[in-house]
Design a protein around this ligand. Structure first.
Ligand code: AMP
Length: 285
């Protein structure tokens, strides 16, 4: 694996590689890598000639300074995992590399996506996400961008930005990788103590409960019971929402519709998000 720290070095390297016909896959991350990230690396490796992973804890997407300061950093273990899994290039820029003094800030038109769920509860978060992803895409110049469904709304936001700005990149979304007990893998799980980790299983339990009962129990009652389950385990719930495919809340479940449940909740000072497709109308029977 080749490690690049300076954007210009990576840009040069890619320009040279581009002289032959190659396909480049890109997996942007904030590090503290786990199997969720590695699943994206593996997918990219199987579909491209070169796989680039970036590790950059992006300050502009943290609305909570405490969350930024406490974000886990495990660089040595990350490099080891990437090498073990055959990643070709690791890009690890500094904040000044990504946001130099002359950096031009865009205002991204995200419409309702910026005002609901994560957008509502983390003011400015998606502007920061778009800022960094746009900049990274300019540097890595990839053909395919790999994202995780774990961050469902983020996938929609990045797709919208890429479409609106006509960025020529294909976006592929991979399923959420979970621990055996169902807990969605997340870098933030490293900040949970054993008791909190145990309590956090309730998020997956609630999502499964919703999936089992979405056509049996009305949505208001489902949401009320789910909230009670989360609160009973000590969670402070930002939102628990049941929506259609494009995140519009639904009042009634219909079988011909794609239905998604999304949860954001904190335990102690760790905020977790998760989601599950309760009904997939696009899936062939
Ligand atoms: P992060 O390092 O949290 O910014 O995540 C980097 C990428 O990995 C994003 O596209 C995430 O959606 C994805 N990701 C994070 N956790 C998981 C997971 N458990 N399963 C699949 N993808 C994930």
């Amino acid at each position: 694996m080749i490690l690049f720290k300076r954007p210009d070095d990576l840009i040069d390297f890619i320009q040279k590689k581009r002289k032959s016909i190659i396909k480049i896959g890109f997996v942007p991350t904030m590090g503290a890598l786990h199997q969720g990230h590695i699943s994206l690396i593996n997918k990219s490796k199987s579909e491209n000639d070169i796989t680039i992973c970036s590790i950059f804890v992006n300050p502009t997407q943290f609305n909570n300074p405490n969350d930024f300061e406490k974000y886990p950093i495990t660089i040595e273990a990350d490099i080891e995992q990437l090498e073990l899994n055959g990643c070709d290039i690791l890009f690890m820029p500094s904040v000044d590399d990504i946001y130099p003094e002359n950096f031009q800030k865009n205002n991204f038109e995200l419409g309702y996506l910026d005002a609901i769920l994560e957008g509502k509860h983390r003011s400015g978060h998606f502007q920061g996400v778009c800022m960094v992803v746009k900049r990274l895409l300019e540097i890595v110049n990839c053909d395919v961008l790999y994202l995780g469904q774990k961050d469902y709304q983020q996938c929609m936001v990045i797709k919208k930005m890429a479409t609106d700005l006509k960025i020529p990149v294909e976006i592929k979304i991979s399923p959420t990788i979970r621990e055996k007990n169902g807990l969605a893998m997340s870098s933030r799980n490293k900040r949970l103590n054993e008791t909190q980790k145990e309590s956090a299983l309730v998020i997956f339990e609630v999502l499964c409960f919703l999936k089992e009962n979405i056509f049996e129990i009305n949505i208001d009652d489902l949401k009320e019971t789910s909230m009670e389950k989360l609160i009973a385990k000590g969670f402070d719930v930002d939102y628990l929402e049941i929506t259609d495919e494009i995140l519009n809340p639904i009042a009634k479940a219909e079988k011909k519709q794609t239905i998604v449940a999304l949860i954001a909740a904190s335990i102690g000072d760790v905020r977790l998000i998760d989601n599950m497709m309760l009904n997939n109308a696009n899936k062939a029977e």
